[in-house]
Write a protein of this length. Sequence first.
Length: 217
Amino acid sequence: MKTKKERSNYILQRLEELYPETPVPLDHKDPYTLLIAVLLSAQCTDERVNKITPALFKKASNPKAMVKITREEIQEIIRPCGLSPRKSLAIWELSRLILENHGGEVPKTFEELEALPGVGHKTASVVMAQAFGVPAFPVDTHIHRLAQRWGLTDGKNVEQTEKDLKKLFPREKWNKLHLQIIFYGRQFCPARGCDGTVCEICRACFPNRKKPKLTKK
């Protein structure tokens, strides 16, 4: 496949065949619990987050309840997720700000979400896409790596990769597609299991590639 458009069309079709359903990997019941789960998932697996959040949400599943417990209590519960001092502070502070500035409801704009402590563009994109259905294309390091392996971007960072993917794929496909790429990467094209020459999509996109594809950071 010589062009990005040819590759993107094939990838879109193949991923739809493989993953017609895309359940959200992080367990949650509303925008607030999704926001907290996504924040906890930074440098932590979704599987581990899903083991931690039931205990946290049993104590506090909304901003009003969260600010009534101490940051130390939050930190103790979320410790297995890593970065617990920073994450616990962010959870408590963003809960306070949601109460003070947004009437206890998770805001529905990128700007307001990204103004909350611990919430970067990727986290905001996940919440906008999965909680509110707003077209977004959250790009983590794994999607960044796959997009390079598949010749969809030569961006050296996730910001550039996000822009390139948004240009290639229809807007109405973004929310589902980012999950499909994550699912495929975990199953067939993990960091160590494929180097750009092993999995089905890598081989289909670049059948003549002989050397491993090194990811630009």
